[in-house]
Design a binder for this molecule. Sequence first.
Ligand SMILES: [Zn+2]
Ligand SMILES: [Zn+2]
Length: 437
Amino acid sequence: MKLKLAIGIGALMASNTAPAAALSDAIRADMPQLMTLYRDLHANPELSMQEVRTPAKLASEMRKLGFDVTEHVGKTGVVAVMKNGPGPVLLIRADMDALPVKEQTGLPFASKVVGKTLDGVESPVMHACGHDTHITTWLGTARRLATTRDQWSGTLVMILQPGEELGLGAKAMLDDGLYTRFPKPDVLLAFHDSASLPAGAIGVTRGYALANVDSVDIDVKGVGGHGAYPQTTRDPIVLASRIVVALQTLVSRENSPFDPAVVTVGSFQGGTKHNIIPDDVKLQLTVRSYTPEVRKKLLDGIARVTRGEAIAAGIPEDRMPVVKVREPYTPSTYNTDKLSARLLELFGSHFGSDRVVEAKAVMGGEDFSQYWLADKTKEATIFWVGGVPKAKWEAAGGDETKLPSLHSPFWAPEAETVISTATEAMTIAALDVLKKS
Ligand SMILES: [Zn+2]
Ligand SMILES: [Zn+2]
């Protein structure tokens, strides 16, 4: 009986079940402290490129864990480095900005913060994209890796990035010497909470994961005048309407059905009064694609259709529409083949295949793409961790259109599950990349 038990334990120790259980237990023990941090971050969100309190707080926590910490990288970013012997350099990124959204979750720690966007617009502020779960997971992972230094070898570069929602922060950190002042990473990892997966599920997309995002402004000019005398005008409202309709054919008629693309006119502004034909209308578009070829086709098409419709409407040459593609755009995010396949396998064997899915790509954008685009010889993956409370997921029958999306004032992920799952996933991914040879 005694012998049998000894063999049983020996067998258990030999598999990875014992370390896996030890990791889960350690994270469970960390959770009360991590949840206190999460609730504090959620109640105190900061707008893009204006993060001050968050990086200061986290920098101090990372110093306590023994990281070598540099603040104000790319304006408000934090770089925390831990050198732990020979081996690869692993970068783990969390984004830390919130959104100009008025929180309506009803949570006891809901944000009441009001801020001013970089454009000077005053707005309530909310962590409506779940970046507070990312920051908390980042610290949870740092804590696990700092306390298990005997189990890995290599260099850890943990970065807290500002301004993801504006697509500015990753570029700002790279431009500020992320790859020259600090150890240059071989492998790049990040995660995002998901409103399209039940809490605790993990999704890994292989290849293109998120889209190129372009914001386009079109100033449709006309010749204004009295609404009762249209013959004396060139009506920009009718012209802009035609442009909006004609733009619909870029995706439906000019693009291959096998190449994902989106052209959305999200804003149409013009006119002041019933009986005045205005002299201009302003359109705002979001344009999405994966490949550089499709991106070019869409942007060229927008310029061509807009000009063509203006010519058809008899607009004089000096009043042609002005199309402006805003800089910088957010490039598409590519999960490299080797790393994304490895993570699917690793997460599947650790969490069980019922919790891990190969996720479809989405047309949202992420400036995590910039880190890999700065050196495409490296391996990179951003994965998803589901945040929809199980009861809500089941009530909606898994139909995400019946659930609040990311950026919704009602988005309240099941934070405890997101953070514990993501911390465990990120830690085992890091231990795999930095395993002792
Ligand atoms: Zn977002
Ligand atoms: Zn986000």
